[in-house]
Design a protein around this ligand. Structure first.
Ligand code: GDP
Ligand code: IMO
Ligand code: MG
Length: 434
């Protein structure tokens, strides 16, 4: 048995949550391996919308156990609120039984969030547009070898260690000239409440759990957050997040060996979005972008910010397929492109006067210009289709073009936000729900 991986191929928000929720019943474990509450994964459960930030999107299924892996960074207050939202939906989830948290996952402290805000404010116009959830400063402390981990809350010296790192952070905040005192008092109260909730949850030495599962022949789905173009090493640096969002991140984010990786399911929208700053070669700045934003409800699930919208960027997608070893592609939000009688795709860039299909070294500075090809749109309601062969010819032609360009198979199309609004290439698999 293997660890299958599901991750985003663009700049996040590809619809990962919906697809994990659909597939989760086929797995014994669903595990987040990186990121933190910068993620917002939207699911519809019994017709009700819920946005998950840390908790894997398998939580509404009876079978899989859900693991927050060591590569994740956790905000205890947000986690507490997330659990309350899950309880409120009334789907019978038993968090104490269905959720495990790796002791080696790092803790986001209130001062990490303040440092995120101070650092963004200091950058002015060149700010990353971070989600202000403290992600960058928490991963910075992890790499600087001074972070606090979930397992530390079980140790006697936790309070002293917390105070010591808080003092370091406060001197940094003073260096930034950031006025933080009143916010910190309030945030610390929520943090302490969150820690009390964390202490009631199942904290585990996750690498043993994961490898015991694999040795017992059980299967695992690793759920990515963010997207490939936000990866710390391979994304549009410095406009990226602070973790490895790609398949390689699964090994160090869960504690498994590379040969355990099985299928890699890459998710892309039929078009493209980005939230926050940074380059976006195929961005549509005029009316078309606005039409997509409104039709697609393209507003951040975590921050509510309007998402920037554009045509699909095939050179970037091909780069993502290569980096992740994608074995199948799921294309979401195909229904939104039904708006148009004609659609376009960026099929190459012009960089320094030369045409290329490669993503340049520094997308922000080298400013690749998109070269587009036009396609006839399908311009119809897709809600009655459940097999590829029934789809309009124009949509089949668009998909064949994309598959050929990427050298990868599209296995599922998503045609709406609900769990079952999916169209399959092969016979479909049904998942057991709570
Ligand atoms: P994630 O971060 O990758 O899980 O994606 P988000 O939840 O941030 O954003 C995806 C948005 O699109 C959510 O509001 C989903 O409910 C919605 N969505 C997912 N798939 C589809 C689809 O095929 N069609 C439509 N119209 N909405 C979708
Ligand atoms: P999901 O999992 C979209 C973006 C932020 C910002 C950059 C860095 O829902 O797809 P950070 O807070 O991580 O330091 O911000 O990354 N970003 C996301 N964009 N979807 C996400 O997650 C994101 N998580 C972070 O907007 O540009
Ligand atoms: Mg999201």
């Amino acid at each position: 048995m293997a660890v299958d991986v599901l991750l985003g191929l663009q700049w996040g928000d590809e619809g990962k949550g919906k697809i994990v929720d659909y597939l989760a019943g086929n797995y014994d474990m669903v595990a987040r391996f990186q990121g933190g509450p910068n993620a917002g994964h939207t699911l519809y459960v019994n017709g009700k919308k819920i946005v998950l930030h840390h908790i894997p999107s398998g939580i509404f299924h009876q079978k899989p156990i859900n693991l927050i892996g060591n590569g994740v960074v956790i905000d205890a207050a947000t986690l507490k609120a997330e659990i309350a939202k899950i309880d409120a939906i009334g789907a019978g989830v038993n968090i104490q039984q269905q959720l495990c948290i790796a002791r080696k996952a790092h803790l986001i402290l209130p001062t990490h969030r303040l440092l995120d805000a101070a650092s963004e404010a200091a950058k002015g116009k060149s700010k990353i547009g971070s989600t202000l959830r403290g992600i960058g400063p928490t991963y910075t402390d992890k790499i600087a070898r001074r972070g606090l981990r979930i397992g530390d809350i079980e140790m006697d010296d936790f309070d002293q260690r917390y105070e010591a790192i808080k003092a370091q952070h406060e001197s940094l905040l003073q260096h930034y000239g950031y006025n933080y005192q009143s916010q910190l008092t309030e945030m610390e109260a929520a943090f302490k409440d969150g820690l009390a909730t964390l202490r009631t949850l199942k904290l585990v030495d996750a690498l043993y759990l994961v490898n015991d599962y694999l040795q017992a022949g059980k299967n695992i789905l690793a759920e990515g957050a963010q997207g490939t173009m936000l990866d710390i090493d391979f994304g549009t640096y410095p406009f990226v997040t602070s973790s490895n969002t790609i398949t390689a991140g699964v090994c160090n984010g869960l504690g498994i060996a590379p040969q355990q990786i099985g299928e890699v399911i890459g998710i892309t929208k039929a078009y493209c979005t980005r939230v926050g700053g940074g380059p976006f070669p195929s961005e549509l700045l005029g009316d078309k972008g606005e039409e997509i934003r409104q039709a697609g409800g393209e507003f951040g699930a975590t921050t509510g910010r309007p998402r920037r919208c554009g045509w699909i960027d095939l050179p970037a997608l091909k780069y993502a397929v290569l980096l992740n070893g994608v074995t199948q592609v799921v294309m979401t939000k195909v229904d939104i492109l039904s708006l148009f009688t004609e659609i376009e795709a960026c099929t190459a860039y012009e960089v320094n006067g030369a045409k290329t299909q490669q993503v340049p070294f520094d997308v922000a500075r080298q400013n690749p210009q998109p070269i587009y090809e036009a396609f006839k749109g399908w311009h119809c309601d897709l809600s009655d289709f459940n097999h590829f062969k029934q789809l309009p010819e124009t949509l089949q032609q668009y998909m064949a073009y994309v598959e050929n360009y990427l050298g990868a198979n599209i296995s599922i199309l998503s045609t709406g936000p609900e769990r079952n609004q999916l169209v399959f290439k092969e016979a479909k698999v049904d998942a057991e729900l709570v």
